[in-house]
Ligand binder design. Structure first.
Ligand code: SF4
Length: 59
């Protein structure tokens, strides 16, 4: 699988929460982000489903 710049995508990162209090520069701006209602974030079942889909694409 490739992105729009033709770079090979060989790993994914899935955010499991918007409540992280770390500030890794590639993920979270210093001022943080507005919290998202719980119903709008991925459920654990959806995360597992996504991982299975990517696994099928790559293997
Ligand atoms: S800020 Fe860093 S530790 Fe927190 S979710 Fe993002 S990548 Fe993970």
């Amino acid at each position: 699988m490739k992105d729009q710049w033709n770079r090979k995508i060989d790993y994914i990162r899935i955010s499991v929460t918007d409540r992280c209090n770390l500030r890794c520069i590639y993920c979270m701006p210093e001022e943080g982000v507005p919290s998202i209602p719980h119903e709008e974030i991925l459920t654990y079942d959806e995360i597992v489903r996504l991982c299975r889909c990517f696994f099928k694409i790559w293997y």
